[in-house]
Design a protein around this ligand. Structure first.
Ligand code: CP
Length: 311
């Protein structure tokens, strides 16, 4: 089975079957990553450029590692150290890189829609590594992979996405994916950080009370406050946000069940998540990071024309 798309621009464009193929292929790559020799020749002679116009720790390292494990040739580009700082346009930058015979582009950009723009203008396959407040599709996929690995299913799972929904590309990719896969989705946080249209547009629940959200869900995917994307004051202070919406061990222990705690990172410890919750046995935050490599291997392999592997 092959993907129905040429690029991974967003989960919005994927079918349920595409998601299933990616998650199942990632399961096989995860098995490869447990072996003493973790490298496979699947992308030998494929050249990938990682274009990061915005900061990243996890996504960037994870893509680079995935490319190395697949034996691809990869090139890393950091906007701050490039001719972009001299005024070169995105299209000129990419066309210059492509003239050096690049097959795939992994791109993170602060502008929503930047990878969609590139996909219209260049022949290489594009993987969106996060565009503005739009989508972060590989984060959505690795989150789903981690939930499925931990709890055995996505269908019927109750997932609460908690925090700054308004500015979160992770929230958007999770909502698209979880709804396509039959999960029940709730967004929770202060009213000023939850878009008014979201409940009706996506047929999801909205909750402003943290304890009620945690009591309802099987999984809490906790998000960072994206201060860098807020151009107006949307809550009184980080301290007050933390008092109303911060998750700690005390609130987790007050629930009548053990829920799973996730976070895409970077965590602002003491704001949305205290260390006693982030580092607890209920947290799968580092499993998410580990799974990111296998998921990105699957995406790169499938977009380069690879077929779903059969056992
Ligand atoms: N989750 C995530 O996108 O983290 P980075 O910004 O460090 O890549």
């Amino acid at each position: 089975m092959q993907l129905s798309v040429k690029h991974l621009l967003g989960i919005r464009d994927l079918s349920r079957q595409d998601i299933q193929i990616i998650l199942d292929t990632a399961t096989q790559f995860k098995e490869v990553l447990q072996r003493p020799i973790k490298k496979v020749p699947s992308l030998r002679d494929v050249t990938i450029v990682n274009l990061f116009f915005e900061n990243s720790t996890r996504t960037r390292i994870s893509f680079e590692l995935a490319e190395k494990r697949l034996s691809a040739d990869s090139i890393n580009f950091t906007a701050s150290a490039s001719s972009v700082s001299k005024g070169e346009t995105l299209l000129d930058t990419v066309n210059n890189i492509l003239s050096m015979k690049v097959d795939m582009v992994v791109m993170r950009h602060s502008a929503s829609g930047a990878p969609h723009f590139l996909a219209k203008h260049i022949p290489a396959a594009i993987v969106n590594a996060g565009d503005g407040i739009n989508e972060h599709p590989t984060q959505g996929l690795l989150d789903a992979f981690s939930m499925r690995e931990k709890l055995g299913r996505l269908e019927g799972l109750k997932v609460a996405i908690i925090g700054d929904i308004m500015h979160s590309r992770v929230a958007m990719s999770n909502i698209y994916l979880l709804k396509k896969m039959g999960a029940e989705v709730m967004v929770a946080g202060p009213p000023t950080l939850i878009p008014k249209y979201i409940q009706e547009a996506f047929d999801i629940r909205v909750e402003y009370n943290l304890k009620k959200a945690l009591q309802w869900c099987d999984v809490a995917n906790v998000l960072r406050i994206q201060l860098e994307r807020q151009n107006q004051v949307l809550f009184s202070s980080l301290r007050e946000y933390s008092l109303a919406y911060g998750i700690n061990k005390q609130i987790l222990d007050s629930l009548d069940k053990k829920i799973v705690i996730m976070h895409p990172g970077p965590i602002n410890r003491g704001v949305e998540l205290d260390s006693d919750a982030a580092d607890s046995a209920q947290s799968i935050i580092l499993n998410q990071v580990e799974n990111g490599v296998a998921v990105r291997m699957a995406v790169l392999y499938l977009l380069s024309g690879g077929r779903e592997m059969t056992n």
